[in-house]
Design a binder for this molecule. Structure first.
Ligand SMILES: NC(=[NH2+])NCCC[C@H](N)C(=O)O
Length: 355
């Protein structure tokens, strides 16, 4: 929960919903259908919370040989990065020379919509498998670099059952959705890690993983070597999700470039969120997590939000979709004086949790 002071200083920004239709980063490609299935629900929840929405932006991965997932992802990621950079307000080519292929793509596409882009919307990216995160946060880092004239690394709160911190050298599955955090920290395949010609869009000292419980030794070793704080599921159970998310936010929001939140729906228990690409038993308590994220949109240092890995084919009675919609209603809900504001209460009601 953010302070009243942060709330008061928040300049309202238009929300830009970006659908990242990417599924080839995972072994099962069903998350590609996630954004289209979720967006009507999420848009309704956001409108109900009083948000004006910029026209929705859809970006899809192109069909590619099914046997080369990394190529598919590496093709998709710069396009998503360009869209996010534009939404977040990176200036167009006329005002600054492009520093990279990604920024030049961004510049070209942003000029058409320059007035909206200059205002700087708040990107809300809906995946897609989690490899889309490389595009989301690289694009955000580009927008921040353009605005500040310097490459300021971002902080990132990574809420997930997995660490997603493999490089191709340590991954057993070879699936890119197990690699995005490593890439954003500057490690692994240069097509992802050095997108736009530079590495380290996210700073290791300002990156935090919350809820991890399913991972392999190689990725855990990488995060330990880099000094990334990992608050695993055991620690969350011991300390409570609210305290853990508050700590994570404290670490991330001190980053020079501001911070983002990337939330994988598999962070929740498969009983609460069955419609995900890679379910892992255990998980964050739904009600407490939704409450802990209430009103976060108004944190002035929060640059964007990402929700990923919804697989509609595996959902049961729309349980996961309703959870996602309640979560978004809470994050983007109106601030109230108490931590149990209308956003959080409405969110709980929407997932059948009562008040
Ligand atoms: N974004 C996700 N669902 N990632 C799951 C990754 C699972 C496993 N660690 C792998 O690398 O294949």
């Amino acid at each position: 929960m953010i302070s009243e002071r942060e709330f008061a200083s928040r300049t309202p920004r238009q929300l830009q919903l970006i659908a990242a239709e990417l599924g080839e980063g995972a072994q099962r490609t069903g998350c590609k259908a996630g954004p289209r299935a979720l967006l009507p629900l999420l848009a309704a929840a956001l409108r109900e919370a009083g948000h004006g929405l910029a026209p929705m932006r859809l970006i899809a991965s192109r069909p590619a040989p099914a046997d080369d997932k990394l190529t598919t992802v590496a093709d998709f990621v710069p396009r998503l990065a360009a869209v996010v950079a534009q939404a977040a307000g990176a200036p167009c080519a006329a005002s600054r020379p492009p520093a990279s292929a990604a920024s030049s793509a961004s510049s070209a596409s942003s000029c058409a919509a320059a007035p909206a882009a200059e205002a700087g919307a708040f990107p809300l990216v809906i995946g897609g498998d989690h490899s889309c995160a490389v595009g989301t946060w690289s694009g955000m880092a580009h927008a921040v670099a353009s605005a500040h004239g310097a490459r300021l690394p971002l902080g990132l709160v990574w809420i997930d059952a997995h660490l997603d911190s493999h490089t191709p050298a340590t991954s057993e599955s070879g699936a890119p959705h197990g690699m995005p955090l490593a890439a954003l920290l500057g490690e692994g395949d240069p097509r992802l890690a050095a997108l736009g010609g530079w590495r380290g869009k996210v700073s290791a000292t300002h990156a935090v993983v919350v809820g991890a419980r399913s991972f392999e030794a190689g990725e855990a070793a990488l995060l330990a070597r880099l000094g990334v704080r990992v608050i695993d599921a055991v620690e969350v159970a011991a300390r409570g999700v609210s305290a853990c998310l508050a700590e994570a936010r404290g670490i991330a929001r001190a980053a020079p470039g501001g911070y983002g939140i990337s939330l994988d729906l598999d962070a929740f228990d498969p009983l609460d969120a069955p419609g995900v690409g890679s379910p892992a038993p255990g998980g964050l308590p739904v009600r407490a997590t939704i409450d802990a994220l209430a009103g976060l949109y108004r944190d002035v240092r929060l640059r964007g939000f990402e929700l990923v890995e919804y697989n509609p084919a595996l959902d049961v009675d729309d349980r996961t979709a309703r959870l996602a919609s309640a979560l978004i209603a809470s994050v983007f809900g109106r601030m109230s004086r108490s931590t149990r504001g209308p956003g959080a209460a409405g969110a709980r009601a929407a997932v059948g949790l009562g008040a």
